[in-house]
Design a protein around this ligand. Structure first.
Ligand code: ATP
Ligand code: MG
Length: 437
């Protein structure tokens, strides 16, 4: 047969292999615990949404909508669809559609893959994962601070603190309008320093120019008019209260006047958690308030605030901080000699699983010696041998696999099946008791 061409995975979209699964599972378990601790409930929305949702929900003049979205026409019915590049728009769509905030505010969280057509590099992928929260129906700033505390608690659990928290206020639409005029005037008088992106955004989204990563524009941007100087009493009071609550909670932060979201529906709170361990891809979590968005997407006016955490980046920081994920070992490996003893072994496996053990029953037939090698490689603490003789007598040979090799050899004993089962049940009971103490 001619050599068959292999089909490769898609660039920038990664497989998470079994060896990496434990760190993901650990992250997800910690996240669930922390989020539950603040009364947040999970919401799962589809990965595909109407393209128009993102155009309206994220804004036409953004990196995401201009050049990063995976859009296509469904060839079966002509619908314009997009793979979700983020999930605030999807969550808000769902909340409106199901009228979730009808008589109570909602604290929600999500976890899942997002898709952006970017140049793949460390910490930047085309399929990546976000853990996010959205609180809808809360005016803040208390809930804004609550979400910062949640993220801090999760980072603490994952042992990746300290991270830098950078905070800013985007004020409201009127304040931004006045600032925008000043900003355009300032950039117009420095037109020769602007790069292509900045020139294109000068009138459509000048705030976003402040966010540039171009080193040649840093000086210009540093000296640009600061939105903070344009905030009026209400917005300043909101920010001050937030700062008060943060310092009472002992959260360190710095005000970064250049931190922006170049979208009209963001207001007041905006922040980022930043690491010094990942080079250019330094932001592990971004959050902020978006009070006008729900109305813009057709819902009743509802204040809202949320964050999105880049999971791949958080895991990378965990690795940098020395997190080692141990693959969970199987506890028991059951050996047999085929025939009747195989069924006997499988039955024993079921009984032990009833007693909360993780069990591998050897599959297929091979010599006990080669099965014992497999048992050793599996990391199992116990090998249970159901040989022909044991099976015939209703017994099992228990071999303890931990300790040094000499000792291991000593710890082998043939027991009646009932006694062996009782032994393992007691072992787990003792373990649980110790755990309680
Ligand atoms: P950046 O400036 O790095 O492009 P962003 O402003 O586009 O980030 P957000 O849309 O705020 O990012 O998404 C929230 C978080 O999701 C980011 O802080 C980051 O941790 C993560 N993230 C965003 N894009 C990617 C990507 N392509 N690959 C991996 N993680 C990402
Ligand atoms: Mg981006």
């Amino acid at each position: 047969m001619a050599k068959v061409q292999k089909i490769a995975g898609i660039r920038g979209m990664n497989d998470i292999l079994p060896s990496e699964a434990p760190i993901w599972e650990y992250f997800e378990e910690c996240a669930h615990d922390v989020l539950r601790g603040y009364g947040y409930k999970q919401i799962r929305t589809p990965i595909l949404e109407a393209t128009s949702l993102f155009k309206r929900g994220i804004g036409e003049v953004t990196d995401i909508v201009e050049k990063e979205m995976y859009c296509f026409t469904d060839s079966l019915n002509g619908e314009e669809l997009a793979l979700r590049p983020e999930n605030t728009a999807g969550v808000v769509r769902s909340v409106i559609e199901h009228n979730l905030t009808y008589n109570a505010p909602q604290r929600l969280w999500y976890f899942g893959p997002m898709f952006r057509h970017e140049r793949p590099q460390r910490g930047r992928y085309r399929q990546f994962h976000q853990l996010g929260v959205e609180a809808l129906g809360f005016k803040g700033p208390d809930v804004d601070v609550e979400q910062i505390l949640m993220a801090r608690r999760l980072f603490d659990e994952l042992e990746i603190l300290p991270l830098k928290l950078e905070l800013n206020s985007l004020g409201n639409l009127e304040e931004r309008k006045v600032h925008r005029e000043a900003l355009i005037k300032y950039f117009e008088s420095n037109r020769d320093v602007l790069d292509e992106d900045a020139k294109r955004r000068l009138y459509s989204n000048p705030l976003r120019i402040l966010d540039t990563k171009n080193p040649d524009m840093q000086q210009l941007v540093e000296a640009a008019p600061k939105l903070l100087d344009y905030l009026k009493e209400d917005s300043l009071a909101f920010l001050r209260r937030m700062e008060e609550l943060l310092s009472i909670a002992g959260v360190d932060y710095t005000i970064n006047p250049r931190l922006v979201r170049g979208l009209d529906y963001y207001n007041h709170t905006v922040y980022e958690w930043v690491t010094d361990k990942l080079g250019a891809q330094a932001t592990v979590c971004g959050g902020g308030r978006y009070d006008p968005l729900i109305e813009m997407l057709g819902g009743r006016p509802t204040p809202a605030v949320g964050f999105a955490m880049g999971v791949e980046r958080v895991l990378e920081v965990m690795r940098e901080c020395g997190f080692e994920s141990a693959e969970p070992d199987t506890e028991v490996y059951v050996l047999h000699q085929g025939g009747n003893s195989q069924g006997y072994a499988m039955m024993l496996g079921e009984i032990l699983r009833d007693a909360f053990y993780d069990v591998i029953v050897h599959a297929g037939e091979s010599s006990l010696k080669s099965q014992m090698k497999k048992a050793d490689q599996s990391g199992a603490k116990y090998a249970l041998i159901c040989g022909e003789e044991e099976t015939a007598k209703g017994q099992v040979t228990v071999k303890c696999m931990y300790g040094d090799p000499e000792e291991r050899f000593m710890k082998q004993e043939t027991l009646d099946l009932q006694d062996a089962i009782q032994y393992f049940v007691n072992l787990n009971d003792d373990f649980f008791k110790e755990d309680e103490e």
